[in-house]
Design a binder for this molecule. Structure first.
Ligand code: SAH
Length: 340
């Protein structure tokens, strides 16, 4: 046990510095994050468009004029004069007036061709459509993960590993917008603890945790984003009973079989070992009931940091084996993304 049992003790490594998230107002859709819209994954401010943005191929609006400009004429008069000169030089109906700026040559076509080449417009449209499709697919996968069991998730990704990569791309894009990544809080926490502690990272993603600490970290996920990953369903990890000191679920309590998953964490943790949970704040329907249910699973709350509007950080200690029977308070809302 690493600390006294106090309801609201701050976690080691969760001090004031750099905790911009906690200073955010709790209400208001954009600034307040998840609690404003229950069950919705918090999104940060809009990012600049990444795909489908039209490249700026237009030349300067006003081409620079050479030194030999006739003195005493207004800009308009000079332009008209140049135009008349060009009309005399080029055959009627040719495209001689266009395409003088930098960028690709104009395609052949009628004199009143649109200012933006059609190929550019259709490429931009295609990129936007692809972006939308990817977004829709990501939201669908995310919904599957939060509304099915961990076994369903394992089946889903086994059947379609490409879906897993798409999910992770979407996840990354989303979490990048947060003021702080929860995994960094857990990194800081572990760095303050002895490096000899053995850790199990349930739903490790790209193994950021393992890569950031000196501890031995067992990394579990459904598809290997890194060679460190042991591929398995987190409800059944290939570890001996009571073999780890710290179990971590960082944004990874996705399956509906929460009791089974947390029971597995209890099994592999030694008595007095630590369970760290970082989870999207809006997923907690009733935090008090959740923490109470955790006692039935053999975990006592050591600290809880509920100050971020993005995620909660909970620290538990294993007090004994999970007691059988239903734990009705053990509920988390699915974390769904809205179409933006
Ligand atoms: N912990 C990482 C990744 C969080 S994303 C981080 O904070 O950056 C949630 C991860 O849990 C995903 O990588 C997902 O594949 C994994 N996951 C979801 N259900 C799982 C299951 N049943 N077994 C193993 N991993 C699972």
């Amino acid at each position: 046990m690493w600390g006294p049992t106090t309801g609201k003790r701050r976690l080691p490594g969760t001090g004031r510095a750099g905790e911009a998230a906690r200073k955010r107002p709790r209400k208001g859709k954009k600034a307040g994050g998840p609690r404003a819209a229950a069950g919705e994954l918090p999104a940060g401010p809009d990012e600049p468009r990444e795909v489908g943005q039209r490249p700026d191929t237009d030349g300067p609006a006003e081409p620079a004029e050479g030194s030999g400009k006739p003195a005493g004429l207004s800009r308009r008069q000079r332009r008209n004069r140049q135009k008349r000169q060009r009309q005399q030089e080029t055959p009627a109906g040719s495209d001689g007036e266009r395409g003088s700026g930098p960028g690709p040559p104009d395609p052949p076509g009628p004199a009143e061709a649109p200012p933006e080449p059609r190929s550019d417009r259709s490429a931009a449209l295609r990129a936007r459509m692809e972006e939308r499709l990817l977004g829709a697919r990501f939201r669908y996968l995310n919904q599957q993960l939060y509304t099915g069991s961990s076994q369903d998730a394992a089946r889903l990704f086994r059947a379609d590993p490409a879906a897993f990569h798409l999910y992770h791309q979407g996840f990354e894009r989303q979490v990048r917008r947060w003021p702080e990544r929860p995994v960094q809080r857990i990194v800081r926490y572990l760095r303050r603890r002895p490096a000899s502690l053995v850790v199990a990272d349930f739903g490790c993603g790209d193994c950021t945790l393992a890569a950031s600490v000196r501890n031995k970290v067992h990394c579990f996920d459904l598809v290997p984003l890194s060679p460190r990953v042991t591929v398995c369903d987190m409800a059944k990890v290939p570890l001996a009973a009571e073999s780890v000191d710290v179990a971590v679920f960082c944004l990874a309590l996705m399956g509906t079989n929460l009791q089974e998953i947390l029971g597995e964490a209890n099994r592999v943790l030694r008595l007095g070992g630590t369970l760290m949970v970082a989870e999207v704040a809006s997923r907690f329907e009733d935090t008090h009931a959740f923490l109470k249910a955790m006692t039935q699973l053999g975990f006592r709350t050591v600290s809880k940091d509920l100050s971020s509007s993005y995620f909660y950080l909970l620290e538990f200690v294993k007090t004994g084996p999970a007691r059988p029977g239903p734990a009705p308070g053990l509920r988390l809302r699915p974390c769904l993304y809205k179409r933006r």
